[in-house]
Write a protein that binds this ligand. Structure first.
Ligand code: HEC
Ligand code: HEC
Length: 361
């Protein structure tokens, strides 16, 4: 009994005088029992492919959510991922182009992260990165984003009051030196994969047989999916913005710019593949919760859905690599209203207000 007492006293003394060791006392006493995170995916959605070396755990997602919302990831502790990806903007910033930590403008519009985990066809507007883990490394050091240095960020996390224990719970680290950028981005990617539609938008309820479209929404649906191909004003939106994600995640030129001219500012996919036929191709964005993520297109050129419909209806530039599914539509006023009414059925307010996706701070 007495010897046990000494051991206890000794170990308390020992751990309290480990000054140069920056581990907070008792990192190893914090339990490491990660629980699987149960991702709820609506029945009519595809399965999500999750990398075998980064399974979703409650503790990993929680760490990722903290990092996503924490300005500790920026050079001057003023900006976080969420500064440009806000839940109320369907995880965009509602700016035409995003502004970085020093107020510098980037050249592109922030992208919605809704259902991002289902995309296996390249990230960013031009698909230049493959995985969410790889992607999350970039904004931290990007000069027009958080403009920090990962080595400094790792140091800030190691001496932080919160993060050593969150990393311990998520990844079982036994020393703060194991708190690396690689684990940080794994946690952020886990959080991003949880950003899944609720399955309770009007559209989803209709698909599940729990609701019906109004006549106007049904007309909009038929125009959107070209249900009657011989009606020429019926569009082919669904060809590229396909159900259930309302994107195929493929790359197209949707006729915004003249690729034959020399004034193309952003080559999009062509910049990555160096193929001229890929110039001005961008990844198709989802239309779910699109009302929350104004303005539209890779450079935010359209301020609302009316302008988008003007574009597809009359203003497509038929450059040589424009997708053949685009044509002048000549929609009537009631067709336009119907198309918008249908797109409104993709609104998912439950997703935007879900407490699991909000800031933990
Ligand atoms: C300064 C604003 C800004 C900050 C800060 C920022 N992003 Fe982004 N994000 C953007 C922009 C702009 C794009 C599109 C860039 C492009 O295509 O070149 C983007 C694209 C993305 C994408 C690709 C989405 C898709 O559909 O392909 C992901 C994922 C993402 N950001 C996650 C993050 C994470 C994680 C952080 C924090 C580590 C972060 N972002 C910080 C502005 C920002
Ligand atoms: C050939 C494929 C294709 C077709 C057909 C198509 N789109 Fe798109 N759509 C795209 C691409 C690609 C983008 C992104 C282009 C960019 O930013 O440069 C886009 C962007 C959009 C955006 C902006 C989304 C955002 O987050 O900025 C909306 C809204 C949209 N499309 C609606 C429609 C509607 C409505 C129709 C039918 C009238 C339609 N699209 C037909 C490929 C297509």
């Amino acid at each position: 009994m007495k010897s046990l007492y000494y051991i206890v006293v000794l170990s308390v003394l020992w751990s309290s005088c480990g000054e140069e060791n920056q581990d907070p006392p008792g990192l190893l006493d914090i339990p490491y029992n990660p629980e699987p995170y149960e991702l709820v995916i609506p029945d009519h959605f595809p399965q999500m492919q999750i990398p075998a070396d980064n399974p979703l755990t409650k503790e990993g997602v929680e760490l990722g959510r903290h990092l996503f919302y924490d300005p500790v990831l920026s050079s001057d502790n003023t900006m976080s991922c969420s500064s440009c990806h806000l839940p109320e903007g369907s995880f965009t910033d509602n700016e035409a182009v995003s502004l970085g930590v020093e107020g510098q403008a980037g050249s592109r519009s922030s992208m919605s992260l809704l259902n991002i985990g289902f995309n296996n066809n390249g990230l960013f507007w031009d698909g230049r990165v493959n995985t969410l883990e790889e992607q999350a490394l970039l904004p931290v050091e990007d000069p027009v984003e958080l403009h920090a240095d990962w080595t400094d960020v790792e140091e800030k996390l190691r001496i932080h009051s919160l993060y050593p224990s969150l990393f311990r719970r998520a990844f079982g680290i036994s020393d703060t030196s194991e708190m690396t950028r690689d684990l940080a981005v794994k946690a952020i990617a886990q959080f991003e994969r949880t950003l899944v539609s609720s399955g309770n938008s009007k559209y989803d309820r209709v698909v599940q047989g729990a609701d019906v479209f109004t006549d106007e929404e049904l007309l909009g649906h038929n125009i959107f999916f070209d249900i009657e191909p011989d009606v020429s004003r019926h569009a082919e939106c669904g060809h590229c913005h396909n159900a259930p994600l309302f994107t195929t995640n493929e790359y197209f030129n949707n006729g915004l710019d003249d690729v034959d001219g020399s004034n193309l500012l952003d080559l999009g996919l062509g910049e990555i593949t160096k193929r001229e036929t890929d110039n001005a191709k961008f990844r198709v964005p989802t239309l779910r919760n699109i009302f929350l993520s104004v303005p539209y297109m890779h450079d935010g050129r359209f301020k609302d859905l009316d302008e988008v419909i003007d574009h597809y209806d009359q203003n497509v530039i038929f450059a040589k690599n424009v997708d053949p599914n685009l044509r002048r539509l000549n929609l009537s006023d009631s067709d336009r209203a119907a198309l918008i009414a249908f797109i409104r059925t993709l609104e998912d307010p439950e997703f935007s207000s879900d407490p699991r996706y909000q800031s933990p701070f």
